[in-house]
Design a protein around this ligand. Structure first.
Ligand code: HEC
Length: 167
């Protein structure tokens, strides 16, 4: 019996069988992977890859500016202070791009004449160099109003912070 096997196959032990089965599977897979790599790495494989749009899309996340805060949506309305610190102070702290500087009573006095409604409307739509909602696209009207009240009150106004609905 065992002599007969010796003549028909070089696989004599279960270990050898396993090795052969594994190799029979792994070797073609490696060959395919290497082949695919050769094809994919050829620069001519995808001429669209070097299009300006494709290049811009690849490098874009590095240069993107995020005004929103992580996980902001789930926590209910944020306070004016938090929003101002996170989003508005980027421009309004320094007066960048002609933004009304926090603490500048003259500048805020002028816009505050329009009342919270007026300022809120301009802030929602965006004005001059300010993007809509001050760049905080996920801000609710209430949050935006709170941020405006916070900044205006730090600049000499005396506005009442709008309450959250249902409180
Ligand atoms: C990218 C810079 C920038 C950011 C960020 C920004 N602002 Fe402004 N904001 C401006 C500029 C510039 C103006 C002046 C616009 C003008 O009058 O031309 C302005 C004006 C305003 C005004 C006065 C609008 C009026 O009635 O004339 C309010 C209110 C205001 N911002 C609120 C906010 C709030 C609230 C935030 C944060 C959620 C914010 N801004 C974030 C740049 C910014």
């Amino acid at each position: 019996m065992s002599e007969h096997e010796e003549h028909t196959s070089f696989i004599r032990t279960p270990q050898q069988l396993i090795v052969v089965v594994v190799l029979a599977f792994v070797v073609p897979v490696i060959a395919i992977v290497l082949l695919v790599q050769v094809i994919v790495n050829r620069p001519s494989a995808d001429p669209a890859a070097m299009q300006p749009e494709a290049v811009a899309a690849r490098i874009q996340p590095v240069g993107r500016v995020e005004f929103g805060a992580a996980g902001a949506a789930s926590q209910g309305p944020r306070t004016g202070e938090a929003i101002v610190k996170q989003m508005c102070s980027a421009c309004h702290q320094t007066g960048a791009a002609g933004a009304h500087k926090i603490g500048d009573k003259a500048a805020w006095g002028k816009v505050a004449k329009a009342g919270l409604e007026g300022m809120l409307k301009n802030a929602i739509q965006g004005k001059g160099a300010m993007p809509p909602r001050g760049g905080g696209a996920d801000l609710s009207d209430l949050e935006l109003a709170r941020a405006i009240v916070t900044m205006a009150n730090q600049s000499g106004a005396n506005l009442k912070e709008p309450a959250a609905p249902g409180k």
